[in-house]
Design a binder for this molecule. Structure first.
Ligand code: EPU
Length: 338
């Protein structure tokens, strides 16, 4: 294991923000992680666990150790008539894993195609897209306690998944490292086609009997049209969460803004598309120096070239203020600001 000092994190965050780590070390195995965490010198220092760097906004240099998880491996641990159980190491690239599932005809994750990031990060914010959340296919998550160096496992329920939320963003934040995730995937598939754009895309491609592979292809097509590719333009996907409001507030908003759309939630609240709220505040395609709002999806802030984390954060704050003034709604950041 090599520990590098004053290391540029620019290639390690999809926003492409320049920031330095005081120490940087890549972990190829669980024992690398344990050895590193056991070093007296690093025990006292702040630590940041980095996966694919696709949901992080660096606003300053990191004065401790950045630990990049590179562990690899996909292991079939169980198979039944209906399901297959795969244990996947945290450092596997998410979309490579989705493709592995498609090649082997294991179903469940096809709607989550092309999401940037690593497998180890997917439970943290319970990634979701096109009507599917990863929580529906997670059996368990294997962890390492950063203090005691003990390994443990949480089952699905114990992970307390919610919309872009889990125990890893709450009580366990900064306390554990996700080592691997065990998925329960299908052999006889149930396709999730309720999200309008998917059906339209399948129709456009004249697909009459969809499969997990053609649904994945449809999702990729939609994402490529709407969302910027971090390889071409720095971004971290949705910058904000879609906010929820109660029925009373929603009724008032609807009478003032009849075009507002919403997704009613099982708990009686209404989720509002933050992209729409931001667009109504005329930020879609807006640019301030090298920080901007994507032209096709107002929920995504972008770094055109040399924006700093502060530039992006200032723009995010400006958008939050504007949405609060127009709609009385506080937009919550979805990206992790460091
Ligand atoms: N909309 C606008 N203007 C915009 C963007 C969106 O009016 O600029 C409205 C439209 O009415 C549209 C609705 O918002 O019908 C929903 O838009 P979209 O389908 O693009 O989804 P989203 O709610 O904006 C969420 C996720 C995305 C995920 C998509 C697709 C969050 C925070 N974001 O976005 O996830 O890809 O659904 O399922 O929940 C991510 O988390 O990084 C991410 C990209």
């Amino acid at each position: 294991m090599i520990i590098v000092e004053n290391f540029s994190l620019k290639p390690f965050n999809t926003f492409g923000i320049e920031a330095e780590a005081r120490y940087f070390a890549e972990m190829q195995s669980v024992s690398d992680i344990q050895i590193f965490l056991n070093t007296q010198y690093h025990k006292r220092k702040p630590k940041l666990i980095l996966g694919g760097g696709s949901n992080i906004l660096f606003t300053k240099d990191f004065e401790g150790a950045v630990i990049k998880i590179n562990t690899k491996g996909i292991l079939k641990i169980k198979e039944t008539t209906d399901n297959v159980f795969l244990n996947v190491q945290a450092g596997e690239i998410w979309d490579d894993f989705v493709n592995y599932c498609l090649e082997n005809n294991y179903g469940g994750l096809e709607n989550l195609s092309l999401i940037p990031g690593n497998v180890g990060s997917c439970p943290i914010q319970n990634i979701g897209a096109y009507g599917v959340e990863v929580k529906d296919y997670i059996e368990s998550v294997e962890l390492l306690d950063m203090q005691t160096l003990q390994m443990s496992e949480l089952n699905n329920k114990e992970c307390r998944f919610g919309y872009r939320d889990s125990i890893f963003k709450q009580e366990l934040k900064g306390k554990v490292i996700i080592l691997s995730v065990t998925f329960k995937l299908t052999k006889n598939h149930t396709l999730h086609l309720e999200y309008g754009a998917i059906l339209e895309e399948l129709k456009k491609n004249e697909i009459k009997i969809p499969t997990i592979q053609t649904v994945a292809q449809a999702v990729c097509n939609i994402r490529r049209c709407k969302l910027p590719d971090p390889k071409e333009i720095g971004n971290a996907g949705s910058t904000f969460k879609n906010p929820s409001v109660n029925e009373n507030i929603f009724t008032k908003l609807k009478s003032k803004f009849p075009n507002i759309s919403s997704y009613s939630q099982p708990d009686g609240t209404f989720k509002l598309p933050a992209g729409w709220l931001i667009e109504q505040c005329e930020f879609k395609g807006y640019r301030e120096g090298d920080a901007g709002v994507h032209k096709n999806q107002a929920l995504v802030l972008v770094n055109y070239d040399n924006a700093t984390g502060e530039d992006i954060l200032n723009l995010a704050n400006k958008i939050q203020k504007s949405v609060a003034v127009k709609f009385g709604i506080n937009l919550e950041l979805e990206v992790n600001v460091v």
